[in-house]
Design a protein around this ligand. Sequence first.
Ligand code: 6PG
Length: 258
Amino acid sequence: MKTNIRIVPGPMALAHAAAAEVQRIARHSIDQRGAFRIALAGGSTPRALYGWLANTDVESKLDFARWHVFFGDERCVPKDHADSNYRMANEALLSKVPIPSAQVHRVRTEDGDPVAVAAAYESEIRRSFALVKGDLPRFDLVLLGMGSDGHTASLFPGTRALAEVEKLAVANHVEKLGAFRITLTIPVINAAGQVMFLVAGADKADVLARVIEGDHPIARYPARAVRPVDGELTWMIDDAAAAALSTRRRAGFGLPRA
Ligand code: 6PG
């Protein structure tokens, strides 16, 4: 696994740098395979990135007609709910670019209980990637955020989904939220060609240092489980979130001592 760390000055610079990376990966995937399969992150950090992508000028040659969009996780709410990851992505990006609707694979949270919704999402992934039993989908890019508790996607500390190695997507009950979340599983994330974390803000700094530089258990810091088996991991971090990283690592980006 190749790991890249990029530290940029602030959340807007993070969105801009991440957009350039997504564009590069998308063009490469389309050149090589005629399609770009991406799993979008939820939460708030990616919104600015999606906005940059939506405002992509023609010169960037982003062939959105070749994009296939999935979601790394989803809350169990209607697609127009304020908490919906689909709604955020649709407002910021999907409603503004010409991705064929059949190529937007949202988690259909309206279609039953969380377990049934997760099973249907898994079937959609298997169908779209034309997987045979036992195969894992190889996303060209999985975008992830990281919570201040070290969770990623909807893989929260101490939850059952962390142990899932057979299913592609599961309904994960998160006690501290008092709710189920639908999430891709660790094997699926780690089967991707590229995984990119977007982490911004001082409230993430201490946990980020433990995730990147510590040797803590995955059960406590699930983001540490993200280790692409045959792919690249990139941490796109703003300077506030990087504040607790080692001096050596920060020095590499010309940042002052922590
Ligand atoms: C979600 C996300 C989740 C998110 C982190 C960070 O559905 O909430 O998938 O994993 O990426 O909680 O969220 P922020 O970007 O809002 O800090």
